[in-house]
Design a protein around this ligand. Structure first.
Ligand code: GCU
Length: 605
């Protein structure tokens, strides 16, 4: 009997540890969970901007930061006609927020540097409320000033951040100024070399969020370590005094009260929800109410785990029929800025017969991930630890870990996400392995309920054998392999003859495979850049994949052509990576239908 009690106490402790770990982590991200459900004012629209390549608005000629009226964040105005003020937001250019600047203004197409943004707004203070300025994403570094005062800064182009502006807002003419700098830096995440366009700007929406003084900050809910029918969760409140919290899931006939102490409350209950899956993306309304605040969210319940070479969704093996996607807007190009554009991309993936998407190479918008929840698409979400980052640099690691924490904190309640990706094609070596193994441990601390992965390269060994032996395989749950047989080596026809050997008893996903074609260019399958050549790459790689018995999924590169500085061939690429199965104008290429046929022939999920 004593042993049983000991066991029960241990299980309880493990669960509480897991809950507290998540709770601790949520405190470190300082952003409100689920802004969709909050009372907010949009600050989107036209902002006044000043293009400032030499950062004159920040530094004087001795490169010291300005202190007085020359600093652009002071928004100085001439007091008399002899005043010398060499800037004026109100007579300068305008840019749309959200949006990258590169595709809004011809002169900014290649621009990498600082642009100052200014928005003026009025504010009506409400009794017993707090206000937060919430940025969904700014690429790459943001310094944020309100009425001339620095609120703070953020680095990382794809995750949200916020500032508490309670008591700092005036009734009239608040000026919010943001210094945005998208210069690539060797020590940053990503580093200076990427195969996607360095779109700069306030690339996602900005909100002024008003919440009750004592408000619900964050929460998490999921199955207890993949045990179906045992649901656990937690809620954090802004105020530490005790507070009754009501948890309700009407469709499960669940409604109960818990008591928060020191601003934290956890819960656990048994229920038999319909399991979320691509074929049945069932979402339940979750209502959380405290004495002063309430929030609702749409939650899917599912389990995800591995068993040998298999990925198990809700306890059953699933083959991930996927496609990789960059956050490139269909038709207009540039950064995706609307739910409509997200829908186009994910509907193309559904049309392709996908049950999974790799959202490369950085966290996409919350809108995109919430749509994947609704549409039933499993998601690989990743941080841009891409190629040759500075693995020895502690600041580089800190940036990667911060972006990882921000990604997990924002999306921890999204059923669609099953894989957290921590790296892509990073050159092997001791410092890289140390860097990535630390990230893998970190993400397990953040979230025990999902799988950790990374995309690496294969080693060609001997004649026609692809060896999967990257030591990173020891630290992830699923190993992604980028393999470009028929494009970056070998003829398309040679691919079907490749054998694969996996040194790990773990699932492998071919996280990238494919080749380029200019949509509408036709010729014989031996002619590079024709749709026929790209199609031959797919036909032969599909034949190769059919013979890999440990393969758990594939996300070919890539759904749609996307802009990249690395793609120069004028007549063919014109600054676009042409490996899309669809052109940026929305025109499908021959290989789209070949991959679709393969997916439709795969008789599962
Ligand atoms: C790499 C990389 C992608 C890149 C692709 C390509 O595998 O992961 O980001 O776009 O190859 O060369 O097209």
């Amino acid at each position: 009997m004593r042993n049983l009690n000991t066991m029960l106490i241990m299980v309880l402790c493990v669960n509480l540890f897991a809950l507290n770990a998540q709770h601790e982590i949520s405190k470190s991200t300082y952003v409100l969970q689920n802004i969709e459900s909050r009372d907010k004012e949009s600050l989107d629209g036209l902002w006044q901007v000043i293009i400032d390549p030499l950062e004159n608005g920040f530094y004087n000629l001795w490169l010291d930061p300005h202190k007085g009226k020359k600093a652009f964040f002071k928004n100085s105005k001439m007091k008399n006609k002899s005043d010398l003020i060499e800037y004026n937001f109100d007579t300068d250019y305008q840019l749309m927020v959200p949006g990258d600047w590169n595709t809004q203004m011809e002169k900014l197409y290649y621009y990498e540097g600082t642009i100052w943004y200014k928005k003026t707004f009025d504010f009506i203070e409400k009794f017993d409320e707090k206000s937060f300025l919430y940025f969904e994403a700014v690429n790459y570094e943001a310094k944020v000033y309100l009425n001339g005062e620095l609120l703070g800064q953020h680095k990382g182009g794809y995750t949200p951040f916020q500032f508490n502006v309670s008591g700092k807002l005036k009734e009239k003419d608040n000026h919010l100024i943001v210094k945005v700098d998208n210069k690539r830096k060797r020590e940053a995440i990503p580093t200076i070399n990427t195969d996607w366009w360095n779109y700069g700007g306030i690339t996602r929406s900005v909100h002024l969020i008003n919440v009750p003084n004592n408000h619900i900050v964050d929460y998490g809910i999921n199955f207890i370590k993949n045990k179906k029918n045992n649901i656990q969760g937690w809620v954090t409140l802004s105020n530490k005094n005790n507070n009754d919290v009501i948890i309700e899931i009407p469709e499960l006939n669940k409604k109960f009260s818990i008591v928060a102490s020191n601003g934290f409350a956890s819960f656990e209950f048994r229920a038999k929800p319909e399991l979320w899956s691509p074929k049945n993306p069932k979402l339940y309304k979750l209502n959380i109410k405290s004495s002063t605040d309430s929030i609702s969210d749409d939650i899917g319940f599912r389990t995800i785990e591995t068993s040998g070479y298999e990925i198990l969704l809700n306890g059953k093996p699933i083959f991930l029929k996927g496609i990789s996607i960059h956050e490139e807007a269909p038709f207009k190009t540039g950064r995706v800025t609307s739910e409509e554009e997200c829908k186009v991309l994910l509907n193309w993936a559904k049309d392709l017969g996908c049950n999974y998407v790799r959202l490369a190479h950085y966290p996409h918008s919350e809108t995109m991930v919430r749509l994947a929840d609704k549409m039933g698409l499993l998601v690989w979400s990743e941080i841009p630890v891409y190629w040759t980052v500075l693995f020895e640099n502690p600041d580089t690691y800190k940036s990667a870990e911060t972006q990882l924490t921000e990604m997990v904190a924002r999306d921890k309640n999204r059923a669609s996400i099953i894989l957290w990706g921590i790296a892509n094609e990073t050159p092997e070596g001791d410092s890289r392995l140390d860097f990535l193994s630390r990230l893998a441990k970190r993400v397990k601390l953040l979230d025990k309920t999902r799988l950790v992965t990374a995309a690496s390269n294969t080693h060609n060994s001997g004649n026609k054998v692809k060896l999967i032996e990257d030591q990173l395989g020891n630290y992830v749950d699923v190993l992604g392999i980028n393999s470009y047989c028929g494009w970056y080596g070998g003829s398309p026809e040679s691919c079907s003859k490749w054998q694969w050997r996996n040194l790990y008893n773990k699932p492998i996903i071919i996280s990238e495979v494919g080749g380029g074609a200019l949509q509408g260019l036709h010729g014989d399958p031996g002619e590079r850049w024709t749709e026929e050549y790209q199609n031959a790459v797919y036909v032969n790689n599909i034949e190769m994949m059919r013979n890999i018995d440990f393969l758990a999924g594939v996300s070919p590169w890539i759904l749609m052509d996307f802009r990249s500085h690395r793609r120069h061939l004028r007549r063919i690429q014109k600054d676009f990576n042409r490996k899309g199965l669809i052109s940026e104008k929305g025109l499908k290429k021959k290989a789209f239908f070949t991959l679709k046929e393969f997916y439709l022939s795969e008789n599962n999920y």
